[in-house]
Write a protein that binds this ligand. Sequence first.
Ligand SMILES: Nc1ncnc2c1ncn2[C@@H]1O[C@H](COP(=O)(O)OP(=O)(O)OP(=O)(O)O)[C@@H](O)[C@H]1O
Length: 338
Amino acid sequence: MFDRDPAGVRIELRALTKHYPGQAAPAVDNVTLDIPAGELVVFVGPSGCGKTTTMKMINRLVEPTSGEIHIGGQDVLSLHPDELRRHIGYVIQQVGLFPHLTIGENVALVPKLLGWPAARRTERVEELLALVNLDVATFRDRYPRQLSGGQQQRVGVARALAADPPVMLMDEPFGATDPITREHLQTEFAKLQKQLRKTIIFVTHDFEEAIKLGDRIAVLREHSHIAQYDTPANILANPADDYVAGFIGQDATLKRLALLRVEDMPADSPVHDPALPQVTGDASLREALDVMVAHGTDRCSGPQGVLTYAGLCAAVGSAPPGSGTDAAPREGVAAGDR
Ligand SMILES: Nc1ncnc2c1ncn2[C@@H]1O[C@H](COP(=O)(O)OP(=O)(O)OP(=O)(O)O)[C@@H](O)[C@H]1O
């Protein structure tokens, strides 16, 4: 099996097609895509374009009509589907926790199927609940209905990671949670993936979520045709066509600022200034801009030095309003764009 290395393996889709019986057109038509080992690739596209069908062919919940799928060089269609699915983590919007099993039992489901001894399962449950920020003593013996939606989603992620699969498929995993919980789960999950480096395919309708989480984004049209497949920064800077630009919306510059970190910027002046509004090194440039706007100033200080509004503009290749020097943000420009 391809999971000897839990750190992620390459996935290759070759001319993958699904034609559901009785349908006039294929749901997925001739899709070829390479997903590099250890990367998180997001499928974004309108409802019905074939995102879920494409994903479900990878763990064979849907059987392809034609084409090939290789995971870690192994031909997926030659494997037994049940056996295959035990080695691929799967997280869905409806979570799918068993209501009559405790949280601990839910998380240990696949390890139990794989025949792990009880002591190893217990240890793994403790490790995983800690990993997704759930207190073991509080949650292990509760039932799913005793958890909030966000907590249940965390359990869903822990369960998918239980057998340390190199591949995870995630279908709108945070889609059913309220916006604040959702943002929190996204931030936690981004940190987790930095550490784990699984190969992940993540389906969403939400372009902001795609930008925040994706190493790469596949923007899909009808029949899963690929409109653009690139890093978030490249898609924001150079959308392939009007269709992709339509997904990005009006505020591409703000989205690009959200991708860049203060610590990755050359400071305009490399001396920390305690008198200015402060930002942390891991804050995004969008957060730095928010701090400037909130304080009505065109500069703030990170640990490595001073950042200016003109510097932020230069980082995303746009000219500051006014003269091109350190002009203060026009009132309403940043805030009104959101
Ligand atoms: N079991 C099925 N039988 C017949 N047609 C199906 C089946 N499942 C999906 N389809 C059709 O295939 C197309 C793609 O569906 P799919 O669920 O893959 O899209 P999606 O992009 O994931 O949509 P959404 O974002 O709304 O979940 C749609 O036209 C859908 O109606």
